[in-house]
Design a protein around this ligand. Structure first.
Ligand code: ADP
Length: 490
């Protein structure tokens, strides 16, 4: 048997998954690494921690799978997006911590650049925000003297996590990234598929230090046997959300997936159409498997499953996340209670950083079950707001979508989502679609699967949730939610 190893390098942990060529998981390992918060609003990772966690999970997963190095035929990488690392081309040393996507240190700078927002949106599909890589790279160049020094000596390399991992695992031979990752840097022109001169100039990032950009399913180069103990081709690379969209087999125009994790991420495949959202969404590049670029429309909800953690850790009304389901089901409705979890403001489609969290409609009879139910419903309402924004942008309705992520295991939440959004929800057998997406990219490049149709047979639908709510009930509930959302923004 032949095997493929996928690295899923996430924000809080690194994972390695070993697949056989049928797409079955035969071994996996996960390791958390240090989150570094040097001051309020700053979030960093030590690139050495990231690399060593990746090497360690690969070796543990291979041992668990009892797979010999000689049986490995390819590697895929999926990764946390937007996070940037710089390192020395001669020594490989990352001289400064990675600045993580969550880091807000360049917020002021982005406010300063407000006048350029429209031009940035036109070129990159992105909202001007410190979340994306450009202002983070600019910050390191301006604040860390070593970066300037190395730049002058032509020894400076910069990349997102995929680029850093490929460079390190290949012993410095691969200096590349893929379209999905490049499209989240805010330096990449998503229409012309090149690093954008105007933006590189604006953020003062010399184009020469940026990696070559390639399709997601592509031969990137070989790993170095001295570093990993085996030499195999890296041939699938994608940012985590785009990889999950691919892993969900959302190959057609209009296909949508929703990931219910700490936050919720909604991505819709718009194929060859690079739509510019009028409703607070961003446009990025999706996984590319041939010469045609493919685009996605993306919206995120900041607080998704995190509101359930809040019930558990702060309110202490449940002891584990899954308890929220039985508690919510113990009452037939929230008794008029709405919870707006705008703990860090509101994301798409509102983009209001001043919005405040809110619990409203409380009466003497309100109990913890009503609050737990309102918390789960709030996740669904927020996802519904983003899907409505998407419907407006693409000018069509959404009859169904696919789901994954920890909170998609909650069938109360999924039933309520199907009801409130009036959609069918499809949940796959293998919920780990992020890594699966990278597996598919490798398998396509290696001709294990010849077409996208072949891939659709690998991970079939496990459960379907259908709508069975009367429209007048839906309208009443949505009216209450809309009032609460308005109140949270007063
Ligand atoms: P991430 O990748 O963002 O860490 P996961 O996909 O692992 O997220 O999902 C974890 C999140 O899902 C947590 O915020 C947790 O509160 C929530 N969660 C997990 N299981 C359930 C459940 N059964 N019901 C509701 N929320 C859940």
């Amino acid at each position: 048997m032949k095997y493929i190893v996928v690295i899923d390098q996430g924000t809080t942990s690194s994972r390695a998954i070993i697949y056989n060529v049928r797409g079955e998981v035969v071994g996996k390992a996960q390791q958390e690494f240090r989150q570094i918060y040097p001051q309020p609003g700053y979030v960093e990772h030590d690139p050495i921690d990231i690399l060593s966690s990746v090497r360690s999970v690969i070796s543990t997963a291979l041992t668990e799978a009892r797979v010999k190095n000689s049986e490995l035929i390819g590697m895929g990488i999926t990764n946390q997006r937007e996070t940037v690392v710089m390192w020395d081309k001669l020594t490989g040393e990352p001289f400064y911590n990675a600045i993580v996507w969550q880091c807000r240190r360049t917020m002021e700078r982005c406010i300063e650049l407000k006048g350029y927002a429209e031009e940035i949106l036109k070129r990159t599909g992105l909202k001007l925000d410190s979340y994306f890589s450009a202002s983070k790279i600019e910050w390191i160049l301006n604040n860390i003297p070593k970066a300037r020094e190395l730049l002058q000596e032509k020894r400076l390399l910069v990349g997102t996590i995929d680029t850093y991992l490929m460079w390190q695992l290949s012993g410095g031979k691969i200096y590349k990234t893929d379209y999905t990752n490049a499209s989240r840097t805010m330096l990449f022109n998503i229409h012309h598929l090149v690093w954008d001169d105007y933006l590189c100039n604006l953020f003062q990032v010399p184009k020469e230090i940026l990696p070559e950009v390639c399709p997601s399913s592509h031969y990137y180069g070989m790993t170095d046997a001295e570093i990993l103990g085996f030499e195999i081709p890296i041939c699938g690379v994608a940012g985590d959300q785009q990889s999950a969209l691919f892993g969900q087999c959302c190959f057609e125009k209009g296909d949508l997936k929703v990931t219910y994790g700490t936050g919720c991420f909604l991505l819709m495949n718009t194929k060859e159409e690079a739509l510019v959202s009028k409703n607070g969404l961003v446009t990025s590049l999706g996984c590319q498997t041939n010469q045609m670029p493919s685009y996605v429309l993306e919206g995120s909800v900041f607080v998704g499953g995190a509101v359930i953690q809040w019930l558990r850790d702060e309110l202490k009304i449940i002891s584990k996340a899954s308890d929220s389901e039985a508690l919510a089901r113990s009452v037939s409705n929230t008794n008029g209670v709405y919870l707006v979890p705008a703990f860090v403001g509101l994301g798409a489609p509102y983009w209001n950083f001043e919005a405040e969290g809110l619990l409203t409609g409380i009466t003497r009879g309100t109990n913890r079950a009503h609050i737990a139910r309102a918390a789960l419903e709030a996740i669904a309402y927020q996802v519904n707001d983003v899907t409505n924004a998407m419907c407006k942008d693409v000018n069509q309705s959404i009859p169904c979508f696919k789901v994954d992520g920890g909170a998609s295991e909650n069938s109360f939440l999924m039933e309520f989502q199907a009801n409130i959004s009036n959609v069918s929800i499809l949940s796959p057998i293998n919920k780990e679609v992020t890594a699966l997406g990278a597996f598919y990219l490798v398998a396509l490049q290696q001709n294990i699967y010849k077409t996208l149709e072949d891939i659709k047979q690998v991970n079939l639908v496990d459960k379907i949730y259908s709508c069975n709510m009367k429209s007048e009930d839906r309208i009443k509930l949505l009216n209450g939610w809309n009032k609460a959302i308005k109140k949270s923004q007063l």
